[in-house]
Design a protein around this ligand. Structure first.
Ligand SMILES: Cc1cc2nc3c(=O)[nH]c(=O)nc-3n(C[C@H](O)[C@H](O)[C@H](O)COP(=O)(O)OP(=O)(O)OC[C@H]3O[C@@H](n4cnc5c(N)ncnc54)[C@H](O)[C@@H]3O)c2cc1C
Length: 380
């Protein structure tokens, strides 16, 4: 089979690996507009469950990934002077660039043709010249735009602003920090992903963003402003930029997932707010799901229909949970009157995927503290 893939991000590379591994005679070309070493972003997060899926799908890349990652079991919530730690969770972080390098070299080792610095504009030519066209071309997918009448995407631009930075301050756990000033409330999502660097994402609502005057501040001024807001957390470390810009989260859904022999994968197909785990996890698991459908179906059309049928309920559930999580952060200012332990409990249960009972099992001491706080409130 001849397979053209647009996009050399996690979704495109991993799908190429799995297909070439399954049938070495497949002719697979991946077209990527950037160079092999260019990347945006900092670290990506995986849960223990995702790592198990990666191990089952390709042990070679899984062992390279786990050799490079930082693991932790705690979520830390900081508000005011207090830090609440919730243990019993399983996460790990790896640099996005390191992940891409591992996937690139595994794909090349298997015989996938990688074409860097190759921007694709003529989508239809790539579709008609192959048995399968995979659109793994990210959140602003050219392919999705090209076939929008057939795929019927819905694009919802959310109100909050966020920016991905790095920091040499190491956050040993998935750390959610809330700081307030005259402008409003700022939330930081941070975690270390190697021995020297953490991801540090700052998010705020539109009122806070306007009151802080970010529309008039350049990159350096913005980083200095936010370093001041998070001074006690960054401990003098500056915020590191990698072409980092304020963006608004784009919620992507598609009524149809494929058109003829062209299929969407990863961020091109769907997005889920970063507060519930990274898009990278979903991109890789999409690749596993699609490759599995090709193992079970000889015809391209059958495989794509099976992919849409079997994967859609999983993505719908994930997007529904991520939506609740996103709403929590969009309304963060309304939770700031709560005590840190109440904020932590509300955060841990925000998506509906983690229950009181789950938390009791994972970290009984946390639930004890929470119950004590509630009973104090009641007797006050
Ligand atoms: C600014 C920013 C920073 C981010 N940082 C992080 C982070 O630190 N951690 C994290 O977990 N997630 C991060 N994310 C989210 C994460 O990148 C995605 O959820 C995940 O990478 C999805 O994988 P993907 O393969 O579907 O898409 P992508 O990783 O976006 O890959 C798509 C690829 O397609 C290429 N492409 C697009 N159009 C064309 C074309 N016409 N021709 C050729 N190539 C094309 C792009 O250059 C890109 O390499 C970030 C997102 C953004 C927007």
């Amino acid at each position: 089979m001849k397979i053209n893939i647009i996009g050399g991000g996690p979704a495109g590379l991993y799908f190429a690996i799995l297909m070439k591994k399954s049938v070495p005679s497949h002719e697979i070309d991946v077209y990527e507009r950037n160079g092999a070493d260019d990347t945006f972003g900092w670290g990506v997060v995986f849960s223990g469950k995702t790592l198990a899926n990666l191990r089952d799908a390709d042990t070679e890349s899984h062992s390279e990934i786990t050799r490079s990652f930082e693991a932790w079991d705690n979520v830390d919530v900081l508000h005011g002077a207090e830090k609440i730690s919730i243990h019993g969770n399983s996460f790990s972080g790896i640099a996005r660039l390191r992940l891409l390098k591992i996937l690139q070299s595994r794909a090349e080792q298997l015989g996938v043709q990688l074409h860097f610095r190759t921007e694709i504009n003529d989508v239809e030519a790539l579709r008609t010249s192959a048995d399968l066209l995979v659109a793994a071309d990210g959140v602003n997918s050219t392919v999705r735009r090209h076939y929008e009448d057939q795929l019927k995407p819905t694009l919802d631009v959310r109100p909050n602003r966020y920016v991905w930075y790095g920091s040499n301050q190491l956050f040993h756990g998935l750390t959610l920090t809330f700081r307030e000033n005259d402008a409003g409330v700022f939330a930081a999502h941070s975690y270390k992903f190697n021995k020297t660097t953490s991801t540090f994402i700052v998010e705020c609502d539109p009122l806070t963003w306007s009151a802080a005057g970010f529309d008039k501040l350049d990159d350096k001024q913005t980083r200095d402003y936010l370093a001041e807001v998070f001074q006690q957390d960054l401990r003098g470390n500056p915020l590191l930029s990698n072409n980092s810009k304020w963006i608004q989260f784009l919620l992507v859904k598609n009524q149809r997932w494929f058109f003829k022999n062209a299929v969407l994968l990863g961020d091109a197909l769907h997005t889920a707010h970063f507060s519930i785990g990274s898009g990278t996890k979903l991109a890789l698991e999409d690749a596993i799901a699609l490759a599995t459908c090709f193992k079970q179906n000889a015809q391209v059309g059958d495989a794509l229909a099976s992919f849409e049928r079997s994967r859609r309920p999983v993505i719908d559930d994930y997007q529904a949970a991520a939506f609740e999580s996103m709403l929590w952060f969009e309304n963060a200012r309304h939770y700031m009157h709560l005590s840190p332990i109440e904020i932590a409990f509300s955060l841990m249960t925000r998506s509906g995927r983690v229950t009181y009972e789950d938390l009791q099992r994972r970290d009984p001491r946390f639930i004890d503290r929470y119950e004590k706080r509630l009973s104090t409130d009641y007797t006050d």
